[in-house]
Design a protein around this ligand. Structure first.
Ligand SMILES: Nc1ncnc2c1ncn2[C@@H]1O[C@H](COP(=O)(O)OP(=O)(O)OP(=O)(O)O)[C@@H](O)[C@H]1O
Ligand SMILES: [Mg+2]
Length: 821
């Protein structure tokens, strides 16, 4: 503040808005703008000398000149003007200097301009920061259509006296898969509710959670943890309730009503097709009706849901009618997990959940793995001893009755090893039936895609949940999915399912198979990929009541887990549930608790360290940060070097670009999600450069764009759609787990510190989320482009290392190098 204030009667002004010494200059990309800065001597007593005018930071495109009587000494850059003889500014006189600014990219560029002055032989300074805010037509197009307005709902909690049922989505009753094993409600007891309301104190519950884990208290312990998590979910969901909102008739289906739910795209709140919520009509004075109407979710659109209500509400509905809305936690996945931990005890899942050094490997199917004489479908795995052996051991069942674990950092071939083992098992054991699972739809889709090339597509079923939005099923696997074009997802009968040799589903959907009570011994193998992403109770859903142990099924009972605990893990709401280990995956617990799981014991464990995905420069940082520098770069030379000479690289042979952009993180309308128009522009420019780079032949399907905020993903998708770039995958880090692309572009979005606590609460963004950072940067094979505000990102230890790393390796920061603090 000392430098920015006018002093000694000297007043510095310009034609642009100046706040706190910062002159805000709107500029158009690549168009030079002149700023006239007037220095006026209002000191009535003395003349003032101007000695020098200089930028305090070097920035490409910022120049200053126009000193009528000052001149630049030979060889001096135009960003510093030094008076050979000082310029005298007599009392009352003004002098004008001209700064010229040209910005080569969109965003904000700030450079302080310092005037060095003298009054009666005493030096003083006045500083103005020139803040060029550079825009273009696309940035303006992307600006909020409707200004952001935080929804302020006053929610009245008077309970209703009656509930009217709603209209179920079509097909929801048409599942042919009969649930033979009941799925109870698993309600929270009043005592537990009281206990949780008053905070878990020294109680029996605490003793249970603090006791060492064992099969005896397995179900009790996990049920308690699930209830603790649910208690927090029930509290958290209340913040989304709304009051005084209207609905409209859904244009595509007049039987439905449409409700705006601004955060739905980011699961704030989470609302899926087939879920329900309650609405309650309000009188003109805001008084509630005593009846609540249940609305079933038929469609989830970007930020709206289409709801089916019963006839009573539809009969009284008017477009300007006001409602209170109450959201409901979807308890279905929780109930599945409660039941799974109970079934785990009933069906004696001990060999998989608590293997001991003595039990692992007691019942192999083939003791000499070399006798198998396997011919791999993916011949390249033969060159990697660990992968080849892992396939052999899985086929031979050498870990039986214990689980076989494949552990390894990103891109080390865990998924391809698992998929190869599945194919071999199908070939070797003619009566094998496989259940193949992953925590997320995208990871399960990837497994199905990779299985297809060598397995008859009629023998694989990608079993999707009824709540899956049909549009999100990739075209490549639609033919082998429980999906009928134009009708959506359906559920086949148990008899039909028995015919498939491989069923691929998410862990929670596997619970429907447990409900169907398949004949004992039907599933011989359960494979779980990305196991580190799921909490143990989810993993157990795909196991308990599905896989019979070796005593029941002498040739079956194989459990194979693959994953990496350093990549994305489960997201929990309750700190207590986290503290007591509900966010631990089965894979991680087994590795921590069972010393047998170490690389010396190849019969039950494989650790893969050769990375076949990424260029060594891309790999180095995650290897250092998360894997003790153990990763070996082994990716195909031609592929990984294929963009090393791309003209967009600041340094050849170092295929990482950190594109510093000081953009603005914005919101629009009532959506809580963020976007950053300037970063969208840089993403689009980068894609444009790549697709048109001569001699590189980069195709749309080679590019992936990752952003942690739903709104940014939506904005990027909308621009790509207009450009017909339909084959470029744009999504969240979660959607990219397990995936890879030749080029990955990451848009980090955050450009101010104000919302970092919001990010933390809702587990959003990249900052303070090392696992998300790790997954995002390890998806690229040949080129990684990171876009973000280095000043913000440098507040996070991993990004700071990342910035430093790129900085030292390539003198990067296209455009913005000097702005990095
Ligand atoms: N032995 C090998 N030789 C050559 N390429 C391989 C080998 N093993 C795997 N790959 C290739 O490496 C890439 C990464 O493999 P994969 O996706 O299975 O890794 P991952 O460990 O599952 O990674 P993530 O942790 O990201 O899920 C794939 O393109 C795969 O084809
Ligand atoms: Mg994988």
């Amino acid at each position: 503040s000392e430098f920015i204030c006018d002093k000694n009667g000297v007043v510095v002004s310009s034609e642009f808005d100046t706040v706190d010494g910062c002159v805000r200059i709107p500029v158009e990309k690549k168009v030079e703008k002149e700023i006239v800065i007037t220095i006026k001597n209002e000191n009535i007593k003395a003349d003032v000398d101007i000695l020098m005018c200089r930028y305090l930071r070097k920035m490409r495109g910022f120049k200053v000149d126009g000193f009528a009587r000052l001149h630049l000494p030979p060889g001096k850059s135009a960003c510093v003007c030094i008076a050979a003889n000082s310029l005298c500014l007599p009392t009352g006189d003004s002098h004008r200097i001209r700064a010229r600014v040209t910005c080569h990219g969109v965003g904000t560029f700030i450079v302080p301009l310092c005037l060095h002055l003298q009054l009666q032989g005493k030096d003083f300074h006045i500083v103005r920061s020139l803040k060029a805010v550079c825009s273009n037509a696309l940035v303006r197009d992307l600006l909020p259509t409707i200004p952001y307005e935080k929804p302020a709902y006053k929610v009245n909690t008077i309970p209703s006296t009656s509930i009217e049922d709603g209209l179920l989505p079509p097909r929801s009753g048409s599942s042919k898969l009969q649930p033979e094993v009941p799925l109870p409600q698993f309600p929270m007891t009043n005592d537990l509710q009281h206990l949780l309301n008053s905070g878990l104190k020294q109680t029996k519950a605490i003793s249970l959670l603090e006791a060492p884990m064992s099969m005896k208290q397995y179900a009790k312990r996990f049920s308690l943890l699930l209830h603790i998590e649910e208690h927090q979910m029930q509290l958290d969901i209340r913040r989304y309730d709304m009051e005084g909102v209207t609905m409209q008739v859904f244009k595509e289906d007049k039987k439905l009503l449409c409700l705006d739910v601004p955060g739905v795209a980011e699961k704030r709140p989470s609302v899926l097709p087939h879920d329900h919520l309650f609405v309650c009509p309000l009188t003109q004075n805001g008084v509630r009706d005593r009846t609540e109407y249940k609305g079933y979710v038929h469609r989830v659109l970007n930020e709206r849901v289409a709801l089916g209500f019963g006839k009573k509400l539809m009969a009284i509905f008017l477009p300007n009618m006001k409602f209170a809305v109450r959201f409901v936690v979807n308890r279905y996945p929780l109930r599945m997990q409660h039941r799974a931990v109970q079934l785990a005890v009933e069906h004696n899942c001990m060999p998989w959940l608590f293997p001991t050094p003595g039990s692992i490997g007691m019942h192999p199917l083939v003791s000499d793995i070399s006798s198998l004489k396997l011919k791999l479908y993916d011949r390249k795995l033969e060159a990697n001893k660990q992968q080849f052996q892992a396939v052999q051991h899985i086929v031979a069942g050498t870990a039986r009755p214990g689980p076989y674990l494949v552990f390894g950092p990103p891109g080390t071939g865990k998924s391809v090893t698992l998929v190869e083992a599945m194919k071999q098992v199908l070939g070797v054991y003619r009566d094998a039936h496989l259940l193949v699972c992953a925590p997320s739809n995208s990871a399960a889709d990837l497994l199905a895609e990779r299985l297809l090339p060598h397995v008859d597509k009629r023998s694989i079923l990608r079993l999707n949940a009824p709540s899956r939005i049909a549009m999100s099923i990739p075209e490549t696997i639609k033919d082998c999915s429980n999906y009928i074009h134009g009708e959506g997802v359906y559920f086949p009968s148990k008899e039909d399912l028995l015919d498939y040799r491989v069923i691929v589903s998410t862990l929670i959907t596997a619970g429907r198979i447990a409900s169907a009570n398949f004949p004992s011994g039907h599933f011989t193998h359960v494979f779980i990929d990305e196991c580190g992403q799921a909490q143990e109770t989810e993993g157990v859903v795909a196991l308990a009541g599905i896989l019979d142990n070796h005593l029941v099924n002498p040739s079956g009972g194989h459990l194979i887990l693959a994953g990496d605990p350093r990549q994305l893990g489960p997201v929990l709401r309750s700190p207590a549930a986290k503290d007591y280990g509900l966010d631990n995956s089965l894979l991680e617990r087994l590795m921590d608790d069972t010393e047998v799981y170490s690389p010396e014991n190849a019969h039950c464990f494989t650790k893969l360290l050769k990375n076949y995905r990424s260029h060594p420069a891309i790999l180095k940082l995650p290897s250092q940060l998360f894997y003790n520098d153990e990763l070996e770069p082994c990716a195909d030379l031609v592929l990984r070097n294929s963009l090393c000479n791309w003209e967009g690289l600041p340094k050849k042979n170092f295929p990482i670009v950190f594109h510093g952009v000081i953009g603005e993180d914005m919101r629009e309308d009532r959506s809580p999600s963020f976007f950053n128009p300037q970063e969208v522009v840089v993403v689009v420019e980068s894609v444009d450069n790549l697709l048109n780079a001569k001699g590189f032949r980069v195709k749309q399907k080679d590019i992936g764009v990752i952003s942690p905020y739903r709104k940014q993903v939506m904005k990027i998708r909308s621009v790509f759609k207009k450009k017909k770039w339909d084959d470029i995958k744009v999504g969240s880090t979660e959607e990219f787990q397990g995936q890879e692309r030749l080029v990955i572009i990451i848009s980090t979005v955050r450009s101010c510190t104000d919302f970092l606590n919001v990010d933390f609460t809702f587990s959003l963004g990249f900052l303070s989320h090392p696992k998300r950072f790790n997954v995002a940067v390890t998806r690229a094979k040949a080129l990684l482009i990171m876009i973000g505000n280095p000043n913000i990102l440098s507040q996070d230890i991993h990004w700071r290392r990342c910035n430093k790393y790129s900085y030292f390796c390539c003198f990067f920061f296209k455009n913005l190098f000097e702005n990095f603090n």
